[in-house]
Design a binder for this molecule. Structure first.
Ligand SMILES: C[S@@+](CC[C@H](N)C(=O)[O-])C[C@H]1O[C@@H](n2cnc3c(N)ncnc32)[C@H](O)[C@@H]1O
Length: 269
């Protein structure tokens, strides 16, 4: 399986990704904020922050006495995030373009350490989770969200079949598979947090994209965008038309994404 080009992928998908976050706040942002339960003055570490949808809202709740460090590898995702913060009048987020694998954090410094749809990009998942856990203050919490077995089902499957038929030797890499298994995640987190109680809930989110254009835009806001960019312009136009035709013919205007929501609270000192 090819290595996933996380930098290239989100550099190219930043605009579409931001639009998805705006259109479907109940899929990622709202459940994440519910788990974070932000309090006034909280210090928050968010990585990778993507287009900042969650961290900007979180800092509205934390108010001017709060502070956040938000990291992402992709400059265009960080650019979107900065614009979002500015539009919301939120000033206390430090945005940094950095590889989360290499980033170092102060130990026991944050009330909330959060990673939504990001842990699976770490080159060493266990080391990454341990680093995040170390950054949590006593009494603070680690909040994670990972994708489950459904990823834009069923349109993702149709898209991948079409993409493979149009690209010779298409190298498909789906990094989020590593954290889709709940038992694996729970065991790993119990190890990393030295036996703290891991609260883990699984949910299916149905995304109602309404039109074939909406479904196509949804796919193009994800890592799947890269596969179309590898195609000739003719094949790109063809796969877009064929996908839209399939959605129309099958009256398929929703997609299901499943998520694992995880919270681990650190014992107070
Ligand atoms: C699916 S998005 C999630 C963003 C955000 N947490 C959210 O829930 O909307 C994944 C993000 O991970 C970033 N990313 C991937 N690999 C990374 C790395 N090694 N270091 C930092 N960011 C990374 C990408 O640039 C992208 O913005």
């Amino acid at each position: 399986m090819a290595e996933f080009d996380s930098h290239g992928t989100f550099q190219k998908a930043a605009d579409e990704y931001a639009k998805i976050q705006d259109a479907f706040p109940d899929v990622i942002r709202d459940p994440l904020l519910a788990d974070m339960a932000v309090k006034e003055g909280d210090r928050i570490l968010d990585l990778p922050c993507g287009t900042g949808d969650s961290i900007v809202k979180a800092m509205e709740l934390a108010g001017p006495t709060g502070h956040a460090l938000a990291i992402d590898l992709s400059p265009s995702m960080i650019e979107e995030a900065k614009e979002k913060a500015e539009a919301a009048g939120v000033k206390n987020i430090q945005f940094v373009v950095e590889d989360m694998d290499k980033a170092q954090f102060d130990v026991a410094a944050y009330d909330i350490v959060v990673s939504a749809n990001g842990p699976f990009f770490a080159s060493d998942l266990k080391a990454f989770l341990a680093k995040m856990w170390d950054a949590v203050k006593p009494g603070g919490k680690l909040v994670l969200m990972t994708l489950g077995r459904n990823f834009l089902t069923p349109i993702s499957g149709v898209f991948l079949d079409l993409a493979q038929s149009k690209t010779e030797d298409l190298q498909i890499s789906i990094p989020w598979r590593i954290t889709e298994d709940i038992l694996f995640l729970r065991t790993l987190l119990e190890e990393v947090t030295h036996g703290q109680r891991v609260k883990l809930t699984h949910r299916d989110a149905v995304m109602d994209y309404k039109t074939a254009d909406g479904g196509w835009n949804l796919l193009m806001g994800t890592a799947f965008r890269n596969y179309t960019l590898e195609m000739s312009p003719e094949n790109q136009a063809e796969i877009e038309a064929e996908m839209k035709e399939w959605m129309q013919a099958n009256r398929q205007f929703t997609a299901t994404c499943s998520f694992n929501n995880i919270t681990v609270t650190k014992d107070a000192a």
